[in-house]
Ligand binder design. Structure first.
Ligand SMILES: Nc1ncnc2c1ncn2[C@@H]1O[C@H](COP(=O)(O)OP(=O)(O)OP(=O)(O)O)[C@@H](O)[C@H]1O
Ligand SMILES: [Mg+2]
Length: 298
């Protein structure tokens, strides 16, 4: 019997209509299945469709063609409310720019997703959030605001927030992109450890081969087409050889800086937030009934 994947994409394509009525194909013919405990890395040039793919996996966006299943249920048939609950309960997002609420303490940031929970999960939220911050090594910084923390600390708070509801699926969009190599490695190790402890599936988008090497399966996205490539079997970090020249060539992005990509609203946070934060998520989710039309890049 075939095991039911946690999330499965079949023949997924995403295209948008540009203002001049031409069609932009962002993703084409994507087949991908992710199971509990999986760790998948996706690499690719800026603009190749990585964030778009991650948003589809996280059910923040719907495909133009093809289908997405979550635990064997077709996402296409789900109503908005059900989809929001399913996502809130099961999907944790981590982003390059942390996306923490400014002026709020670490504890408030991590508690926030639990504010949407019910019963015991809701009433215990302070304690759960505290434990999660302790787990990421920030038990002593509960009352610090993002402005008072380093990048690595902020990303650890963001990880605590993404994982506080014990999601089955963790989607990380360049989680180490704004960190130095060493801090990035520490943060990635933490993410990896917590994901394995909970038997969660982890999908990591990255430019960094050391980060990709942590994953069990590796994919490259090129102009919207996803292909699997081999980073030397199923490497443990110790076995991985991220400096192999053919691999370096495969993801090299000369001159591409964080933020040098196409200008458009930042990817949705996926985390319910107050007063305007995470607007992208709301917009992405609320556009589903309208014919898709690209925003004009400024
Ligand atoms: N709603 C949209 N309207 C118009 N173009 C879009 C839209 N969403 C994505 N795109 C375009 O699709 C392409 C893929 O975007 P995406 O954000 O997925 O790339 P990416 O691989 O994540 O890039 P980066 O590494 O820079 O983050 C880009 O050219 C982008 O401009
Ligand atoms: Mg992106």
């Amino acid at each position: 019997m075939e095991l039911v994947s946690l999330v499965r994409l079949e023949g997924v394509a995403k295209h948008v209509l540009l203002p001049d009525d031409s069609r932009l194909d962002i993703l084409r013919g994507i087949d991908l299945a992710v199971a509990a405990g999986d760790h998948v890395a996706i690499v690719g040039r800026s603009g190749s469709g990585k964030s778009t793919l991650l948003n589809l996996m996280g059910m923040l966006d719907r495909p133009s063609e093809g289908a997405v299943w979550f635990r064997g249920d077709p996402v296409r048939k789900m109503r908005r409310g059900k989809l929001d609950r399913l996502r809130g309960r099961n999907v944790g997002f981590v982003f390059q720019q942390f996306n923490l609420l400014a002026g709020r303490t670490a504890l408030e940031n991590v508690e926030m997703p639990l504010g949407y929970a019910s019963g015991r999960e809701f009433w215990r939220r302070r304690r759960t959030a505290t434990e999660m911050l302790e787990r990421v090594g920030l038990g002593h910084r509960l009352e610090s605001t993002p402005e008072q923390m380093s990048g690595g600390e902020q990303q650890r708070v963001a990880i605590a927030r993404a994982l506080v509801r014990r999601p089955a699926l963790i989607l990380a969009d360049e989680p180490t992109g704004a960190l130095d190599v060493e801090t990035g490695a520490t943060v990635m190790e933490l993410l990896d450890d917590i994901a394995s402890e909970a038997d969660a599936a982890l999908v990591t988008i990255t430019h960094d081969l050391h980060v990709a090497a942590r994953a069990r399966r590796h994919y490259r996205l090129d102009a919207g087409v996803l292909t699997r490539f081999d980073l030397g079997g199923a490497p443990t970090p110790a076995e991985a050889n991220p400096s192999a020249p053919e691999l370096a060539a495969s993801v090299e992005e000369p001159g591409v800086e964080a933020g040098a990509g196409p200008t458009r609203p930042e990817a949705p946070s996926g985390v319910p937030s107050e007063g305007g934060g995470g607007v992208g998520a709301v917009e992405a989710a609320s556009r589903e009934d309208e014919p898709e039309r690209a925003e004009v890049a400024s």
